[in-house]
Design a binder for this molecule. Structure first.
Ligand SMILES: *Cc1c(COP(=O)(O)O)cnc(C)c1O
Length: 388
């Protein structure tokens, strides 16, 4: 749906698919495996921390511009604990209104009009819009099934003299691909060679199943050119809180902050205290999160395969991409629009995440961050597809 008033930068973006599909889910009483939000909240003690902050009057008024010191310290400690990275909480950490604002602020701050941004497609739906709002030009490098491994020659060929930055996402939504060490090193080598900045969206850093997550900033020569983005939404199952963060060297953090201050200025005061509590949870929390999600992945992927989908098993995130050709279907968009009526399940057509929509015509994404019994019911419903 388009409005006649929207400007030429945003007009091609239309309305996010999630609005349409979530409305369809509500209207038909379908199980919503479209949008990626958990149907179970994160840890009780983290909720308690948010409630206590509100009641004790912590963060109810504008928090400091860069984020409360407790959260900036907790982010720095998290980067040290999991990756051995040292960031100064005062000059190298910035709290944002979710990863979404961090992405927007980074692109608005770092791009001049006409600068090219190289990114793997499919991409998270805010990337194209934010590049456009910043006046940048997106240059996609397509990931293809079955493995969705990056074509490193194509990546190299996509970089020109106009390229300002690489926009990366690992673990990758929607494919579940996790960059290997060798792939990350190749990306890093290219960034160093062509003197590129890298903005890396690592919101699924803890949601991996056996594959190792390698922050780009840990590779030689990368810390100084990389803006790393994290979020409490996915790691702690509080997607409504919108607490994200950026870690980068001082000059890059300052640049991002110069845009962020005029977007939200600040946000989520009490939730920032709760996010600090969450980041300090023991290792066991992070291990259990992974074990639980791996079980959910296996439950849904087995069910999808039995229902006739070709399944591309994800190494990370809480999404699985499938191909519907085996069900004698061709167009993921038409399939997803009909699916709620046919069997009471909502999914997302991957083509909305591509410029080259033909590369994803028959691909459909399902989210598995749902209760086991909900996934079991979805699998049972999808089983009806066989019967036409
Ligand atoms: C969910 C998601 C985001 C947005 O994170 P918020 O913290 O909710 O703003 C950013 N990038 C990717 C790849 C995501 O899947």
């Amino acid at each position: 749906m388009r409005t006649p008033y929207v400007n030429s930068r945003l007009a091609p973006m239309g309305t996010t698919i999630f609005a349409e599909m979530s409305a369809l889910a509500a209207a038909t009483g379908s199980i919503n495996l479209g949008q990626g939000f958990p149907d179970t909240d994160g840890p009780e003690e983290v909720k308690q921390a948010a409630a206590e902050a509100v009641l004790a009057g912590r963060g109810n008024q504008y928090p400091p511009g860069p984020g409360i010191p407790e959260l900036r310290t907790a982010v720095a400690e998290h980067q040290k604990r999991f990756y051995g990275l040292d960031f100064d909480p005062d000059s190298e950490v910035l709290v944002t209104a979710g990863a979404t604002e961090a992405i927007a602020a980074a692109l608005l701050a770092l791009l001049e009009p006409g600068d090219e941004v190289v990114a793997f497609e499919p991409y998270y739906d805010s990337y194209a819009a934010c590049i456009a709002m910043a006046g940048g030009v997106r240059v996609p490098v397509t990931l293809r099934p079955p493995g969705f491994r990056p074509d490193l020659d194509a990546l190299r060929a996509a970089v020109t003299d106009r390229t300002r930055l690489l926009l990366l996402n690992t673990p990758h939504n929607p494919t579940g691909m996790v960059l290997t060490r060798a792939e990350s090193e190749a990306v890093a080598e290219l960034a160093r060679e062509r003197d590129l900045l890298v903005v890396t969206d690592e919101v699924y850093e803890h949601l991996t199943f056996g594959a190792e997550h390698i922050p780009l900033a840990t590779l030689p020569g990368m810390r100084e050119r990389t803006v790393t983005i994290g979020s409490a939404g996915k790691t702690f199952s509080f997607t409504g809180w919108k607490i994200g963060w950026v870690t980068a060297p001082p000059a890059l953090v300052s640049a991002v902050r110069s845009a962020k201050q005029f977007l939200t200025y600040v946000s989520g005061g009490p939730f920032q205290y709760a996010a600090a509590t969450a980041l300090a949870l023991p290792d066991e929390y992070f291990t259990t999160l992974r074990t639980d999600l791996r079980r959910k992945r296996d439950l849904l992927t087995a069910g999808l395969a039995a229902a006739g989908f070709e399944v591309f098993r994800p190494d990370g995130t809480y999404f699985v991409t499938t191909d519907i050709s085996g069900l004698s279907e061709e167009d993921g968009m038409a399939f997803c629009r009909a699916l709620p009526e046919r069997c009471g399940v909502v999914a997302i057509p991957n083509q909305v995440f591509y410029d080259d929509t033909a590369a994803a015509r028959s691909l459909v994404r399902f989210a598995f961050c749902k209760k086991d019994e909900v996934l079991a019911e979805a699998v049972q419903r999808l089983g009806r597809l066989h019967m036409g």
